[in-house]
Design a binder for this molecule. Sequence first.
Ligand SMILES: [Zn+2]
Length: 269
Amino acid sequence: MRQPSPLTLLLLPILLVTTLGGCQLEPGEAGVRQQAHSADADEPPPLAGFTVAIDPGHNGGNLDAPEVIEELVDVGNGEKPCDTTGTNTDDGYFEHEFNFDVATRLSTLLTSEGATVLLTRTDDTGVGPCITERTALANDAEASVSVSIHADGGPPDGSGFHIMEPMKIAGHNDDVVAPSHELALALAGTIETVAGMPPADYIGTDGINPRSDMGGLNLTTVPKVMVECGNMRNSHDATLHRDPEFRQSLAQALADGITEFLEATATPD
Ligand SMILES: [Zn+2]
């Protein structure tokens, strides 16, 4: 048998590489990739069929309407004011404005993922609504999940986020205490990893804070948490609150945590 010439031996690896490379560009292969791509395009967005209630805490008109927001309402285990004014940074950035901005950003993100979003208020100039009405909006719609957005007015030397989750109020939130805890865990993870904010060092445990004194948590019949996105009385957190880039990353963190929770525990409506 004739031995291959030195030139053939030299060219063989090049020929093999060329042939294999050609295989990757065969029409059939390209067709498979195209098919997979178009199948992805045909799939519904990840949150299609889910209803998400977003509650930006307080409102811009509350300060001027004490007679409305101080009215007492039944919260399942007692009475509480209809709403409150919220807190603010030392240099005058109000919590209601921060909450509304983050909620608006979050709504845009969730809508783009296919979710139906319910907002408890659609501007930052009105009064209320009462905590009972905010909660009823999510309950009546049988929302898949409900998230109330706040920032804390804690001690100036304390910083970081905490998430208030419901404790059991018999006859009201019995069925949603456990899933609300799962929601809290998911959000605690994404707020730290996506927004870069650590759990609070002055309240809660690892950013989780079970409560029985929050009307919005007592009366909920859907999985719900209230997120305190840092402490406005702390100068470090207040600087973050004023930063639009931080607010966007926070909204992304909330969207990611909500998505993680829904994909793990719920089925679309
Ligand atoms: Zn608040």
